[in-house]
Design a protein around this ligand. Structure first.
Ligand code: RUB
Length: 312
């Protein structure tokens, strides 16, 4: 039987009480750590079975954020290796616990480093447009403010879940002057903006970026007005198996996030589509700020270089 903690973490990720690619990955790693601690196994086979089941539960929650399978792989690959080499239960338990802890610590450090590297891209008085809510993006604002920069922001509300409200509150707490706008006002205000700054759920090997639905439209608006688009993302957002953006799965969510149940009942003939993410082409992205450095176009080369340097 999987633990209550594992099941409740999986549930929270699925219904977005835990959301955002890095928080999802860290929560999954913490659930794996807890599962390893609680696992009552008489044999290595039994322990590995418990961990494989836990990994499977977590992997089924949300499909687009590659941070989730990458976190699971970071933990499970050494476990499988040690298992095949005949390690005992306590050794396997220590491996899972150690790797999960390491993943979370690395992720926290990576977000801080992205803050420092990303803040260098912002001028002393920058006006930045954001979409959705990204911890990596907020980290850049936090560092820029720490450096005494006077940043202001046009924060898109981000229908249908309004993650922009979280961004607006957090940036305001940092002392950023915040203008909260409806999503469709992006182009209207783009001429007042110096740069667009967004996070990522997955980055394909060609530099295509999957992020909250509407990111691509924002990037198009930025391209129209000649404004740069900076992406902030930890390297575990790189989808090593996705050569291009078209192989990143896009999560479709409930119509009830878009309209009330009454509307659905009264309008049976209307199909309500709610894709949660879209993919922005590399040509519309100026750079990708990672903890391993700021990656520049051509991304197929810079991503490959970062990946081989990191030993992925
Ligand atoms: C969140 C979203 C964020 C990325 C990056 O979507 O698209 O921009 O996940 O966030 P959702 P972070 O709210 O559907 O999870 O930088 O925190 O990983």
């Amino acid at each position: 039987m999987p633990s209550k903690f594992l099941l409740s973490t999986a549930e929270k990720i699925r219904d977005m009480r835990i959301r955002g690619a890095s928080k999802i990955a860290r929560a999954a790693a913490e659930a794996m750590m807890e599962e390893a601690s609680l696992a009552k196994a008489d044999s290595p086979e039994e322990f590995a079975g418990i961990m494989r089941y836990a990994a499977g539960c977590l992997l089924q929650t949300r499909p687009t954020a590659v941070s989730l399978p990458n976190a699971i792989e970071y933990i499970m690959a050494p476990l499988e290796k040690a298992f095949s080499q005949g390690s005992g239960v306590e050794e396997l338990r220590a491996i899972v616990r150690g790797r999960a802890k390491e993943f979370v610590e690395n992720s926290v450090q990576a977000t801080k480093k992205i803050g420092v590297l990303g803040a260098e891209l912002l001028g002393v008085k920058s006006v930045v447009m954001t979409h959705c809510h990204s911890t990596a993006v907020v980290s850049i604002f936090a560092e820029a403010r720490k450096q005494g920069k006077f940043i202001s922001a046009f924060v898109k509300e981000t229908r249908p879940r309004y993650q922009g409200h979280i961004t607006a509150r957090q940036l305001s707490e940092l002392g950023v002057k915040v203008n909260l706008i409806v999503d469709s006002a992006a182009l209207y205000y783009m001429d007042r903006v110096d740069a667009v700054l967004v996070g990522a759920d997955a980055i394909a090997m060609d530099g295509s970026v999957a992020n909250k639905i509407g990111t691509r439209l924002t990037a198009l608006a930025a391209a129209k007005m000649g404004k740069p688009v900076h992406v902030a993302a930890e390297t575990y957002k790189i989808a090593l198996k996705a050569k291009t953006g078209s192989s990143i799965p896009i999560e479709m969510r409930s119509p009830l996030e878009v309209v009330p149940e009454e509307f659905v009942r009264e309008n049976r003939g209307i199909e309500i589509l709610n894709p949660s993410f879209d993919v922005t082409e590399p040509e519309m992205i100026s750079d990708i700020v990672t903890e391993a450095g700021v990656l520049s176009p051509p991304f197929s080369a810079s991503i490959m270089e970062a990946v081989s340097r990191l030993g992925y």
